[in-house]
Write a protein that binds this ligand. Structure first.
Ligand code: TYM
Length: 328
């Protein structure tokens, strides 16, 4: 039986952090054998917020290198850069003409990003979900492995695909969100009431995948917890719950085992234990990233091959959509 196809993307903005890794990238890597995989550095999405052009180019390749270092295996997965395939913005336009304003107006990420970015609220930022829907629908994807914050965008992708199929004839597969049970919403270490994000200010907010062991330890030691002392999985205690969840994903231990392990320990010891598993998990990724950073030619070759491999699929879907709506 043919494998199901997954598509997912990540923006080359800021630095990749533990939330991106646990919510998305780790799952891409872990399920590479199960699916036919297409992963994309979504640089066209990145320009919906202000970017330095030279830096954006560098970050695009650096992020691709990081994805390879995390374990994306080019024998099993296609990795490419979004702007290398013109059908993404082209299909986004057709989708735009089929997304009701009311539905787009409801997108909470737009509200959130535009309030944080008051000086540059542009049409592209508003339209971000249409380009994301195009990314997914172009490849007839069955599943989309993402963190929880992308749920609403995926719902919009599904809705526009269903509406299009109904109005013009069968064209797109309806994609399912693939959201992990643990790690789908990693919270800020300094403020566990907000999700860990690339743009949040504050030195102690996020663990970046390239942080040194010393930085990781320092950040975990300073992580906000609470005035209770029981180390148990209680979602109402966001700080401790966040740290426990991070520990759970990396150790693969059961919640019961973890609670027993820390039953007679204090927050100090607990935080060091969490930091240690994160440091050990990131160590091989950091080493491989360093090695790959001297192989820029190889990374570019991989990305070009990835784009060449998936382009025919994108072209075929786009041609079909174009034809169905009456464009010559
Ligand atoms: P981006 O770059 O903001 O995030 C990349 C992935 O990381 C997940 N993520 C998190 N998961 C858990 N906890 C967090 N604190 C956390 N922060 C981020 C995101 O859910 C995402 O899976 N819009 C997408 C990029 C995109 C895309 C696509 C994804 C563009 N086109 C098509 C899937 C399919 C985004 O937010 O990227």
């Amino acid at each position: 039986m043919a494998k199901k196809r997954v598509f997912s993307g990540i923006q080359p903005t800021g630095q990749i952090h533990l939330g991106n890794y646990l919510g998305a990238v780790k799952n891409w890597v872990d399920s590479q054998d199960e699916y036919e995989n297409i992963f994309c550095v979504v640089n066209s999405h990145a320009i919906t917020t202000t970017q330095d052009p030279k830096e954006l180019k560098e970050k695009t390749y650096e992020l691709a290198g990081m994805l390879l270092a995390c374990g994306i295996d080019v024998e099993k997965s296609n990795l490419f850069i979004q702007s290398e395939i013109d059908e993404h913005p082209a299909l986004a336009w057709i989708l735009d003409c089929n997304i009701p304003m009311g539905e787009m107006n409801r997108m909470t990420q737009f509200k959130d990003k535009s309030s944080k970015n008051a000086k540059n609220v542009n049409v592209g930022l508003f339209n971000y979900p249409a380009l994301m829907a195009a990314d997914i629908l172009l490849y007839q994807s069955d599943g989309v492995p993402v963190g929880e914050d992308q749920k609403q965008h995926l719902e919009l992708s599904r809705n526009v695909a269903m509406k299009f199929n109904r109005d013009f004839g069968e064209c797109f597969k309806i994609p399912e969100p693939l959201i992990p049970k643990v790690g789908a919403r990693v919270m800020g270490l300094d403020d566990p009431s907000v999700k860990m994000s690339k743009s949040a200010k504050g030195n102690n907010h996020a663990i970046f995948l390239l942080d040194s062991p010393e930085e990781i330890l320092k950040k975990f030691k300073k992580a906000t917890t609470d005035s209770h002392n029981a180390i148990i999985f209680d979602e109402t205690r966001a700080g401790v719950y966040n740290l426990l969840s991070i520990y759970e994903v990396f150790t693969h231990k059961s919640r019961e085992m973890i609670e027993n392990e820390f039953a007679h320990k204090g927050y100090g010891e607990f935080k060091i234990a969490v930091a240690e598993v994160v440091i050990e998990a990131l160590r091989p990724i950091q080493e491989e990233y360093l090695r790959l950073s001297t192989e820029k030619g190889y990374i570019q070759k991989v990305l070009r091959a990835g784009a060449d491999k998936v382009r025919p699929l994108a072209k075929a879907t786009y041609q079909k959509a174009k034809d169905l709506v009456g464009l010559v």
